[in-house]
Design a protein around this ligand. Structure first.
Ligand code: ZN
Length: 485
C-alpha cells in the first residue's frame, strides 16, 4: 500500500546492464496476426482492433482502484466517478481490485450494483499470493458481496509482484484477464491474449514462459513525465497537482495519437484522503488537493472526443466486437438501464430516492477486531485464508442463475422476470481441482433456497513451493525495491 517509487525506467536500464535480455520482440515475432485472430486471440499491438481507422476508434480509459473497500476508500472512488458520464449519458465506469482484509462486503455489493467491476486482489495482500489467497478472495466476494463468480473475471497482483505461477493459477480458475504488468511507451499496447506469452515486463525473463492461450493481459500503461520518467500508480504522489495534471493530459494525448491505446489512471484510494487526527508528512500535498486535481483531469478527459471510461471487462468485450465510435451510444454492453423492481433488495439501488439502504436490510457482522456489513448474512467467524467462507447466517447466496442487481438474498428470490435480464453463470468452479466446492460456478449453489448456513466450503493451501527460490536474486531485489505498493 505504501508507495516507494524507484523508477521503472532506471530499473529497466539497470537490468539491461545486468544482462537481462529484453525479449518482448520474440513475442511480437511469434504472434502471427493471420493465425492469432479475434475474438479468441489477440497479438500485442498499438493498432486499433478490427482494423478500425483511428478516427473511428474510441479512446478508452481505465480508472482502477486497488485494495480494501471501506467507507472512506469508496467515497474517494465514487467522488471520482461523480456525475461524470460517457457519451451515451451513462455514468463513467471503473474497476476495483479488492483485497478482502478490512473490506466491508456491503460496499462491494453497492459498487458492483452501480455498474462497476469487481476483481480479485487476494485475501490479505501478501507479497507472494498463491492458490489460497487468489481463490479465497473470489469465494469470499461471491459469498458475502453476492458477486457472481463469472463476473469476478480479473486479477491484479498485490505490489504488482506477479510470478509465472500467478498466471497458472488464474488461468486454472478460468479468469478472463490479468492487469499487473507495466508498460512504458512502445509496449503500451491494446490488451492482448497470452497465446505467445507476455509482451510486457520482459526484462524479468518470463515472457517465453507465460503462455496461456485466451488469457488476456491488460498492460498498465505508465504516465511518462516530461523528463521521460514513468509513474505507474498514484502519479499524483510524484509531483505538485498542477504538474501532474499536465502529465496526465499530455499522456492522454499521446495515447490518442498512438493507436488510441487505452489510457489508464491507476489509484489507491487510501492515498486520497486524510485520516482524521493524522498529520500530513513533511512536504506532502494535502490529499484533498490531489483529489480535486484528479477530478479536474477527469472533467477534461471526458470532454475529449469519443472518450469512454469503461471497466476492464467492458473494454475486452468491445475488443471482441469492435463497434466504431459513432455507433457506441447504442452499444448494449455500455448501457446503464437500472432494474425496476419496486423494492430495495440491499444492493444499494434505491427505491425511494433517499440514497440510503432501508433499515433492516444490512446485517452488521462484529468479530471484535473486525466489523463489516453484508446483505448475505453474517458467518460464524471472520473469513480467513483457512476458511474464506465460514458457515452461518440465514440469508441466501447469489445463485448461478441470477445477477446481483436482481437477487434478493433475504426473500431468496430472483426478481428478473424476462430474457433481457436473465443471467446464467457459466464460469468454471472456483477452487482447487478436487476440493469440495460449494460456491458459485457451474457446480455451485444453483438453487435459490440454500441458506449460507448449509455451506461447508474450505480450501487447503497448495503453497508448498517457494518459487522465489527459482528466481535470480538480483531480480528479487529489483522486484522488492520497485514494487512496494
Ligand atoms: Zn494492492
Amino acid at each position: 500500500m505504501v508507495k516507494k517509487f524507484f523508477g521503472i525506467f532506471s530499473l529497466t536500464l539497470a537490468c539491461t546492464l545486468l544482462g537481462v535480455v529484453n525479449r518482448f520482440e520474440n513475442v511480437e515475432a511469434a504472434c502471427d496476426p493471420t493465425v492469432c485472430q479475434p475474438p479468441k486471440c489477440f497479438c500485442p499491438s498499438v493498432n486499433p482492433p478490427g482494423g478500425l481507422p483511428l478516427e473511428k476508434t474510441p479512446q478508452f480509459c481505465l480508472l482502477t482502484f486497488d485494495d480494501s473497500v471501506q467507507p472512506d476508500t469508496l467515497k474517494v472512488a465514487n467522488s471520482l466517478i461523480g456525475k461524470r458520464t460517457n457519451p451515451n449519458g451513462c455514468p463513467i465506469r471503473a474497476t476495483y481490485y479488492v483485497s478482502i482484509q478490512y473490506t466491508d462486503f456491503s460496499l462491494v455489493t453497492q459498487w458492483y450494483a452501480a455498474g462497476n467491476e469487481v476483481a480479485d486482489h487476494t485475501m490479505t495482500h501478501p507479497q507472494d499470493p498463491f492458490d489460497d489467497e487468489i481463490i479465497g478472495c473470489k469465494k469470499a466476494l461471491n459469498a458475502f458481496a453476492g458477486i457472481p463468480n463469472g463476473k469476478i473475471a480479473g486479477w491484479r497482483s498485490p505490489f504488482l509482484n506477479w510470478q509465472p505461477k500467478t498466471f497458472d493459477i488464474i488461468a486454472q480458475q478460468g479468469s478472463l484477464y490479468d492487469s499487473s504488468t507495466t508498460a512504458l511507451i512502445d509496449d503500451a499496447t491494446w490488451p492482448y491474449t497470452m497465446d505467445y506469452g507476455l509482451y510486457n515486463d520482459c526484462w524479468r525473463g518470463f515472457c517465453n514462459t507465460t503462455i496461456h492461450p485466451g488469457l488476456f493481459e491488460i498492460p498498465m500503461a505508465a504516465i511518462i513525465d516530461d523528463k521521460g520518467t514513468p509513474h505507474l500508480m498514484d502519479p499524483h504522489l510524484d509531483g505538485t497537482p498542477d504538474v501532474v495534471k499536465g502529465w496526465l493530459q499530455s499522456n492522454f494525448q499521446r495515447h490518442a495519437q498512438q493507436g488510441k491505446t487505452p489510457f489508464g489512471l491507476f489509484l489507491h484510494p487510501a492515498h486520497l484522503y486524510q485520516v482524521p487526527g493524522t498529520p500530513l508528512a513533511p512536504g506532502a500535498t494535502d490529499p484533498a488537493l490531489n483529489l480535486a486535481m484528479l477530478e479536474e483531469f477527469l472533467d477534461w478527459a471526458i470532454a475529449q472526443p469519443d472518450t469512454w471510461f469503461v471497466t476492464s471487462q467492458q473494454l475486452l468485450e468491445w475488443m471482441q466486437n469492435p463497434v466504431p465510435a459513432d455507433q457506441l451510444k447504442t452499444y448494449a454492453p455500455f448501457s446503464c438501464e437500472v432494474p425496476k423492481i419496486g423494492k430495495e433488495i440491499c444492493n444499494g439501488l434505491d427505491d425511494n430516492g433517499n440514497g440510503q439502504i432501508d433499515e433492516g436490510l444490512l446485517e452488521n457482522c462484529n468479530f471484535n477486531t473486525v466489523v463489516w456489513n453484508t446483505c448475505y448474512g453474517c458467518p460464524s467467524e471472520n473469513p480467513s485464508l483457512a476458511n474464506p467462507v465460514p458457515s452461518g447466517g440465514d440469508r441466501y447466496h447469489v445463485p448461478t442463475t441470477c445477477d446481483t442487481v436482481w437477487w434478493d438474498p433475504i426473500a431468496n428470490q430472483c426478481l428478473c422476470q424476462d430474457a433481457n435480464c436473465a443471467y446464467t453463470d457459466l464460469s468454471k468452479p472456483v477452487g482447487i481441482v478436487g476440493e469440495n466446492n460449494t460456491v458459485g460456478g457451474s457446480n455451485g449453489n444453483t438453487n435459490p433456497g440454500q441458506p449460507n448456513g448449509n455451506k461447508t466450503s474450505s480450501i487447503t493451501s497448495l503453497n508448498t513451493v517457494n518459487t522465489m527460490n527459482l528466481i535470480p536474486s538480483f531480480i528479487i531485489a529489483s522486484i522488492f525495491m520497485q514494487w512496494i505498493f
